[in-house]
Design a binder for this molecule. Structure first.
Ligand code: ADP
Ligand code: MG
Length: 453
């Protein structure tokens, strides 16, 4: 295998395993630069990407490379100086808060290929409190009697509050207790892309068959199906076939069915036909219990007052609660001495009281201009050159979406344009976003940059 092919194969694999935005940000501009016996050198566009790949993805990258070429023992990253000159500074500031300081595993490594389940999520390590008692009990009942008690089971609640954990725990429990049952966990994003690619490749029948022979189907985050009519239609049929055969269906969403925009009426009533249970916010005692259980899992220790301080400060998201704990533990490990309350307070202050970013029209204009290699003048000028018009419309889009500026205001900011021109430009970008995946990628990247300034 040539070195280029090797890296292409690695990238193809990575692309399957991380979000598109992450892939574009960290991997798109990478290349293999040399492959010498046991050492491979990857060229990256800037020091931030270098740092990030080394610190966060190296383990996963290394493993993938080793699967393709067992001789390689080391991966090095070097910066390609000629690319992206000048943008170093803004990128540098985009360093996300280190909620997780350990290596990012490509989740896929842990996931069972057949069921799609991650074995780390179980009922045993799911802490129960009054905020999640009902969904937990319903989940447990379903895991013990799939297809007979609550069908469908619909769990909803805010981000990071344990929906995925609970759904996966059901799947893992069923696998443990019913060896004959086929279980499938799938995120609705994967379901959507399955529908899209099956249509494209005319393999819809195979896709349908795959889902209709399942005993327990778990679909996570179905709010993402909003507005995807073809996917909803396909899901509706799958749902009916399974339901009529008394197969279990388990769903999650960030909101109840009636609050999911553009969900077809028939799906909505199907979802509401079973058991709906919401996960609320954990109280202080439960947050303490969760932290203690995580400490035990990690076989780590922290003084009680620090644990209680973390529980007090992070209220609304269990993922962040865990992140804050990991952050403190990583610090403790690095400095090889136990953390003091004062230090913990200091560390968490940086983490929690992040200054609220003030995004201004100027930030947006600057970022878009820079992204497309233009000047602000190009954007505000009266020129109708194609290379200016597109980015100018993107500025309109962001001014509307992010800052909710009025159309006349946007027109003024862009060199005195008429508000009808702005409406046209804004709508155009919105429309293009539906069909142009490249533009979607760009918008995501620009958004990340705007938010990190
Ligand atoms: P959601 O899907 O609702 O966004 P997740 O299920 O991904 O949230 O949960 C975020 C993190 O918090 C996961 O690491 C999960 O294991 C942990 N978590 C959530 N709820 C609990 C709980 N009740 N007990 C223990 N850990 C939990
Ligand atoms: Mg989730």
């Amino acid at each position: 295998m040539t070195k280029e092919k090797l890296w292409q194969a690695v990238l193809a694999q990575i692309q399957l395993e991380i979000s598109e935005a992450n892939f574009v940000t960290w991997f798109r501009d990478t290349q293999i630069c040399s492959l010498k016996e046991d050492e491979i050198t990857i060229q990256v566009p800037n020091s931030f990407a270098k740092e990030w790949l080394e610190q966060k993805y190296n383990k996963g990258i290394f493993k993938l490379i080793r699967e393709l070429d067992g001789n390689i023992k080391r991966v090095k990253y070097i910066i390609n100086r000629s690319s992206l000159e000048g943008s170093e500074k803004i990128i540098k500031r985009a360093i996300p808060v280190p909620f997780e300081t350990s290596q990012l595993e490509f989740e896929e490594f842990k996931i069972d290929r057949k069921t799609g389940l991650n074995p780390k999520y179980t009922f045993e390590n799911f802490v129960v409190g009054s905020f999640n008692e009902l969904p937990q009990a319903a989940a447990w009942a379903v895991a013990k009697n799939p297809g007979t008690v609550y069908n469908p089971l619909f769990i909803y609640g805010g981000v990071g509050l344990g929906k995925t954990h609970l759904l996966e725990a059901i799947g893992n429990e069923v696998v443990k207790n019913f060896s004959g049952k086929t279980v499938k966990y799938i995120s609705s994003e994967k379901f959507i892309s399955g529908v899209v690619s099956s249509i494209r490749n005319q393999r819809m029948e195979i896709f349908k068959q795959k889902f209709r022979t399942i005993d327990v189907l778990i679909v996570d985050d179905i709010q993402f199906m909003a507005g995807k009519e073809k996917t909803q239609e396909e899901f509706f049929h799958t749902f009916n076939v399974l339901y009529e055969k008394n197969k279990q269906i388990i769903l999650s969403s960030d909101s109840p069915p009636k609050a999911i925009p553009s969900l077809t009426e028939r799906l909505r009533s199907r979802f509401e036909g079973g058991m709906m249970a919401d996960i609320g916010l954990p109280d202080f005692e439960t947050r303490m219990a969760i932290l203690k259980s995580k400490l035990q899992e990690k076989e780590a220790e922290l003084p009680e007052e620090i644990v209680s301080f973390v529980a007090l400060k992070v209220e609304k998201n269990i993922r962040e609660l865990e992140g804050a704990l990991n952050y403190l533990l990583a610090h403790q490990k690095l400095h090889k001495k136990s953390l003091t309350m004062k230090k913990a307070e200091f560390l968490l202050k940086n983490l929690i009281h992040r200054p609220i970013k003030r995004i201004t029209p100027k930030t947006i204009m600057d970022t878009v201009a820079r992204f497309y290699g233009l000047t602000e003048k190009n954007l505000t000028s009266s020129s109708r050159k194609k290379e200016f018009v597109g980015p100018r419309q993107i500025v309109m889009y962001f001014l509307k979406e992010v800052l909710s500026c009025s159309y006349p205001t946007i027109g003024r900011k862009l060199g005195g344009r008429d508000h009808t021109t702005v409406i046209y430009g804004y709508e155009k970008v919105k429309k293009r976003l539906e069909e142009d995946s490249r533009l979607k990628e760009e918008i995501q990247l620009i958004k990340q940059r705007i938010e990190s300034v």
